[in-house]
Design a protein around this ligand. Structure first.
Ligand code: AMP
Length: 447
């Protein structure tokens, strides 16, 4: 199959040739004709498999074929994304693909001055890529009208439709024209989000390129059990021992990110951070320096989990596991992109076992565990997934005495002693495990 057989016009084919795209990826092969035909879509494909071109190419073609001109303060296509970095990246893709077309594009997001955005919108924009908060600000200040919107794209759609953006999305859906094309793209979709989304779409075509919520096979994933207090030491050891090059490291909290970066810098390791408390220009600078290879270790919260496309990134490390299981798929999806291989290593301590169990339930695989000699944890990480089920198989009654007669393997202490399921693993509604004190439960995620 070729891009031209999908019905794309010459100016787009020319741009793709410059970029070295020879064959459409499976999601592109299915999505491009459907979008060109004007269908609504709910499209799921694994991380790094070309979703952006799957919607951007046909959108650009439809815009270039239409005679309509965009009015001032108006837009014709709205692409909503969850983070500012992703807004920049998706906008850059539209610009590359549309290089030989007279289609105007722009990105608007928070954390930077709103005035230049208001000025630019005065002339009207064909494709606006935006984060929801800033878009609402522009809308309430009358800087943008939605009357001309013909297509709405929710990139990372499950994240856009979850609780964190609920208010903004309700306002937007109320303001957008009812007659429009709506396209949802993501690597993960829970059943809850799917049924919620259906109400927003017109006879949607559902495209699923790989099994639901699956991780990319080319990413080798494993878990290293370790005591919480030794995670930094273990990370430094593995980095040196395995001669890791660039690494993207995910840490749960903003403070945790800053602490790890401070430790790395003190050891003269080139490191930088991305999290919600950093000014936007510093966030973008950190990402650019990492992409340019000037920074060795980029430490981030989940603000960097989704969508970011970093060429040849070999290594992702989960210093902490994510609280929302789907974020694991997105985090590790920063490596192994566009057919490359990658490694994803999770440093897991005992009290993260419920989070690990939730991830394993979601991705339908038990992650292998490889203890690092010298770092074997004192607090053993309770068994999860298939190993836990195997360990639960009824055994011959033991003579009371031995191990205290509880009939429970020693490493289950504090996890599932009662034999009941306490993993809290859910495959719907964001697969939030019932971890105590989850800071994100039911709240906007403040990215
Ligand atoms: P995405 O999933 O949209 O972030 O794309 C992942 C990476 O694959 C990006 O670096 C794209 O430039 C690249 N890519 C997308 N489609 C193709 C294609 N058909 N051929 C080669 N590379 C592609």
């Amino acid at each position: 199959m070729t891009f031209s057989s999908l019905g794309l016009a010459a100016p787009l084919l020319q741009a793709l040739e410059t970029l070295g795209y020879e064959t459409p990826t499976p999601i592109q092969a299915q999505a491009i004709p459907a979008v060109l035909a004007g269908r609504d879509l709910m499209a799921a494909a694994q991380t790094g498999t070309g979703k952006t071109a799957g919607f951007a190419l046909p959108i650009l073609q439809r815009l270039s074929e239409s005679e309509d001109k965009v009015a001032s303060n108006s837009i014709r296509v709205l692409v909503l994304v969850p983070t500012r970095e992703l807004a920049e990246q998706v906008h850059a893709s539209f610009r590359q693909y549309g290089e030989h077309l007279a289609v105007s594009t722009y990105a608007a997001y928070g954390g930077v001055s709103i005035n230049p955005q208001m000025m630019r919108l005065r002339r009207g924009v064909d494709v606006l890529v935006a984060t929801p908060g800033r878009l609402i600000d522009l809308f309430t200040q009358n800087a943008i009208k939605f009357k001309q919107v013909q297509t709405l794209v929710l990139d990372e759609a499950d994240r856009m439709l979850d609780l964190g953006f609920a208010n903004e999305l309700d306002t937007l859906f109320a303001a957008l024209p009812k007659k429009r094309q709506t396209l949802l793209f993501s690597a993960t979709f829970s059943d809850e989000i799917r049924s919620m989304a259906k109400g927003r779409l017109r006879d949607p075509l559902s495209i699923e390129v790989a099994p639901r919520n699956s991780t990319v096979k080319a990413i080798k994933q494993w878990v290293v059990p370790v005591d919480k207090k030794r995670k930094t030491e273990l990370f430094l050891f593995m980095r040196k021992d395995r001669k890791w090059g660039q690494v993207l490291v995910f840490v749960k909290t903003r403070r945790g990110v800053d602490e790890l970066v401070a430790t790395l810098l003190a050891k003269k390791i080139k490191a930088d951070a991305i999290h919600g408390d950093k000014p936007q220009p510093a966030r973008l600078r950190a990402l650019e320096s990492f992409k340019a290879g000037e920074v060795q270790i980029l430490v981030a919260t989940d603000v960097a989990a989704r969508g970011l496309d970093i060429d040849d990134l070999p290594q992702v490390v989960n210093y902490d596991l994510p609280i929302v299981a789907e974020d694991y798929i997105h985090r590790i999806g920063r490596t192994g992109r566009a057919g490359a291989t990658g490694q994803a290593i999770s440093l897991v301590c005992a009290d993260e076992a419920p989070l690990l169990a939730a991830i394993e339930t979601l991705i339908k695989q038990t992650l292998s565990r490889e203890e690092e000699p010298g770092f074997e944890p004192d607090h053993r990480v309770p068994l999860t997934g298939a190993s836990a089920i195997a360990a639960k198989k009824p055994k011959k009654p033991k003579v009371v005495g031995g191990r205290g007669g509880k009939g429970v393997p020693g490493n289950w202490v504090g996890f599932d002693e009662g034999g009941g399921k306490r993993t809290g693993a859910r495959s719907t509604g964001g697969a939030r495990p019932a971890a105590k004190g989850s800071p994100k439960a039911g709240k906007p995620r403040g990215r």
